[in-house]
Design a protein around this ligand. Structure first.
Ligand code: GDP
Ligand code: IMO
Ligand code: MG
Length: 435
């Protein structure tokens, strides 16, 4: 078995680290690009020749010819959203068919009642609101765990069975929503018609993607696993309960695609040069002030999926080191370094103080009560968007990168200096596709 050429790209903060751009850069040397977690809550942007693509469910490898894109079983698949994306891509000249897009028949289907429940629940939660993307993610994964009220992509292969299942589950959901929220009933027949339509269009793309990927591994064909969200949003290892509902670290690759853990390959942890978070939950280094505003405007920090302004703050090296350890990260892809230009000073969080004590070990649970310990580094005035090598960066920008490597104990492989494909500096990377 030769899976040493595989790469897994994951986010190490709260999502939106710039994974899409790195996946795009690596997709060229991959035969497969596979998503393994989350669903349409993700929004991965790729800029190609001045054109911007925002992908939610379809892997970013779709923009490369000869790459087979896989939506793994660990993804919750919203067919309405996926087809919308497929149509938009085709309108822009990107070929999408069963030849370059394969959807796992074991992936769970996001249904209209999941999106409805997401909104109804959040509306009831008051201060406990998570600030979800309203894409039905949590309710769909909850049904996956419940089993008896779940539908999977494979259920779309038999239209009679699909109708039957939708009718039965819709009746159950209508009763539950009426009792819990006093909500009006959904129309089961209309939902069945809608999903039969999706099934007809998607049929050629549905299959057993686990065996497809395992065969690729046996034949030594390189696979790129595209993470969604960020490690601090992981259902188990993130800032619970303010997290998403899936296994988003590199540890989620195996269960989310049906490959052995050894297939994960080289792990690239994408980190933003500062920090952002969308939705509720602890964020010790948040700057709800001028600095936060500066970062938001320069970094265009508004959600790719929901358009919500992202909360912004300083880089949290203590949290990122934990996330890197969790996934066995080999190297970092440092993104959005250009956003920091123009700041006199840049702060980096190196640890937390809780109740006056500096913590030894990171624990996401203490984040809400943590006071960050900062180190201050000098900033730089120059714009760096046209830098193409490390030597082109101002001395203080180099100093910032070097300090991050020291604090995190691993190399920064690449440095992002702008959203475009070309705005990527190869630094200490071991990956051929990035050099
Ligand atoms: P993802 O969810 O991790 O793929 O990240 P998003 O696409 O949601 O958000 C990252 C944003 O930053 C997108 O608008 C990217 O086009 C942009 N981006 C990525 N890398 C860089 C960079 O190095 N500099 C700048 N200025 N923007 C970047
Ligand atoms: P990408 O892949 C940023 C956040 C939501 C919310 C929490 C739970 O683009 O990095 P959910 O809808 O998943 O139940 O919401 O998780 N969230 C993300 N934040 N980027 C993402 O994906 C996210 N996916 C979910 O904002 O706080
Ligand atoms: Mg995003």
């Amino acid at each position: 078995m030769n899976d040493s050429r595989n790469v897994t790209v994951i986010g190490l903060q709260w999502g939106d680290e710039g994974k899409g751009k790195i996946v795009d850069a690596l997709a060229r040397r991959s035969r497969y690009v596979a998503r393994y977690c989350g669903g349409a809550n993700a929004g991965h942007s790729v800029n190609v020749a001045g054109e911007r693509f925002a992908l939610h469910l379809i892997p970013c490898g779709i923009l490369h010819e000869g790459v087979c894109n896989v939506v793994g079983n660990g993804v919750v698949f919203d067919p309405a959203c996926a087809l919308d994306e497929v149509h938009h891509l085709r309108e822009r000249g990107v070929k999408v068919s069963g030849a370059n897009l394969r959807v796992s028949k074991a992936a769970h289907l996001v249904m209209p009642w999941h999106k409805r429940e997401d909104i109804l629940r959040e509306g009831r939660m008051g201060d406990g609101k998570i600030g979800t993307t309203a894409r039905g993610i949590g309710p769909c994964y909850a049904d996956k765990a419940h089993r008896s009220t779940a539908l999977r992509v494979g259920d779309m292969l038999d239209l009679a069975v699909l109708r039957e299942r939708i009718t039965a589950v819709a009746a159950f959901k209508n009763a539950a929503f009426a009792a819990l929220y006093g909500a009006d009933p959904l129309d089961p027949a209309a939902i069945a018609d809608e999903y039969v339509g999706y099934a007809e269009e998607l049929r050629e793309m549905i299959g057993d993607t686990g065996s497809l990927l395992r065969r690729a591994i046996a034949q030594g064909e390189p696979i790129l696993f595209e993470g969604g969200q960020g490690s601090m949003l992981d259902i188990d290892h993130g800032t619970y309960p303010f997290v998403t509902s899936s296994f988003v670290t590199a540890c989620g690759v195996a269960p989310g695609t049906g490959v052995p853990p050894s297939a994960v390959g080289r792990v690239v942890g994408v980190i933003k040069a500062y920090a952002t978070r969308v939705g509720a939950g602890p964020f010790p280094t948040e700057q709800a002030n001028e600095t936060g505003h500066y970062l938001r405007e320069r970094g265009r920090e508004y959600g790719t999926t929901t358009g919500r302004p992202r909360r912004c703050g300083w880089f949290d090296a203590f949290a990122v080191r934990y996330a890197a350890d969790l996934s066995g990260v080999h190297e970092f892809a440092l993104s959005l370094l250009d956003v920091l230009s123009g700041l006199d000073e840049i702060r980096v969080c190196t640890g937390y103080r809780v109740g006056g004590q500096v913590l030894e070990d990171f624990d996401p649970v203490v984040m809400a009560a943590a006071e960050p310990v900062y180190e201050t580094l000098p900033g730089w005035a120059e714009e760096i968007g046209s830098a193409r090598s490390y030597a082109d960066l101002p001395a203080n920008a180099q100093r910032y990168v070097a300090r991050i490597e020291e604090l995190l104990g691993r190399s920064v492989g690449t440095i992002g200096v702008g959203p475009d494909r070309e705005q990527l500096i190869a630094h200490n990377t071991q990956l051929e596709g990035l050099r």
